[in-house]
Design a protein. Structure first.
Length: 227
C-alpha cells in the first residue's frame, strides 16, 4: 500500500484532543487491515495522512504500543504488530475465562432492567449485522459484552478486557468477515442472551465457551496464512 498517497485518514475538523482522534483512526486502520501486520509506521507519512503534527503522531504510536497493536523494532522503528496464532490463542483463553464467568454471574442477577438492556444491545447487534458495516458491528459487539460485564458487577474484569480490546477487535474483524462458520455470530450472541435471561448460569457460560471455541478455530485457520 502507498501510504503517502492515501489521505482517507485525514482529520478535517478541529477537536479537543487530536491525539484521541489520531489513535482512533490508526487503531481502526490496523483493525480493518488497512495497515497490515509488519508494516512500518512512518511518522512523516502519518502526519500527512492524518493532518496532524509529529508530536501527535508520536503520542498516538505510544498509545497503540501500550494496546499491543504497535511494536518498536530496533532497526525498523514502529511497525504494526504481526498477529499470529500463538498470541491469538492466549487472547481467546483469557476471554473464555473472563466472559464465561461474567455471563454466569450476569444470569444470576438478570432482573427486568438487565434483560431489557441485553435485548436492546442484541437488537443493535442484529441491525449492525444486517447493515454489514464493520465499524458498527465491532462497536455493537463491544456494547453487548459491556452490558454483560456491567450487569455482572465485573468492573475489574471489564477493565482487563478493555486493555485487550484493540487486539480483540482485530481478531473479531477476521472472524466476523468469515462465511465459513456453522453458527453465525449473531446466533451465538442470541444463545448467550437467552441463557442469561432464563437465569441459567451454566447455560450462559456454555454459550460463551461455544462461541469463543468457534471464533478461535476460524481465527486459527485464517492466521495459519500470511496476514
Amino acid at each position: 500500500m502507498d501510504q503517502a498517497a492515501d489521505t482517507t485518514l485525514r482529520i478535517d475538523f478541529p477537536a479537543t484532543t487530536l491525539r484521541e482522534l489520531a489513535v482512533d483512526r490508526m487503531r481502526q486502520a490496523i483493525i480493518t487491515g488497512r495497515f497490515a501486520g509488519g508494516e512500518r509506521l512512518v511518522e512523516r507519512v502519518l502526519c500527512d495522512q492524518l493532518g496532524v503534527s509529529r508530536s501527535v503522531v508520536r503520542e498516538a504510536i505510544r498509545y497503540l504500543e501500550a494496546e499491543g497493536l504497535v511494536e518498536t523494532l530496533p532497526r525498523s522503528g514502529p511497525v504494526v504488530t504481526t498477529l499470529d496464532w500463538p498470541r491469538a490463542r492466549q487472547i481467546y483463553d483469557i476471554r473464555r475465562l473472563l466472559e464465561a464467568d461474567a455471563a454466569a454471574a450476569c444470569a444470576k442477577r438478570a432482573d427486568a432492567k438487565v434483560q431489557s438492556d441485553l435485548r436492546s444491545a442484541l437488537e443493535r447487534l442484529k441491525q449492525a449485522f444486517d447493515n454489514g458495516s464493520p465499524d458498527a458491528l465491532l462497536a455493537a459487539t463491544t456494547h453487548f459484552y459491556q452490558a454483560i460485564f456491567t450487569a455482572a458487577g465485573h468492573d475489574i474484569a471489564w477493565e482487563i478486557v478493555q486493555r485487550l480490546n484493540g487486539r480483540i477487535s482485530r481478531l473479531r474483524a477476521i472472524t466476523l468477515a468469515s462465511t465459513d462458520r456453522s453458527v453465525s455470530g449473531h446466533a451465538h450472541m442470541q444463545r448467550i442472551c437467552d441463557a442469561i435471561c432464563a437465569h441459567d448460569p451454566a447455560a450462559a457460560a456454555a454459550a460463551v465457551n461455544a462461541h469463543l471455541i468457534d471464533a478461535a478455530e476460524i481465527a486459527r485457520l485464517n492466521l495459519d496464512q500470511p496476514e
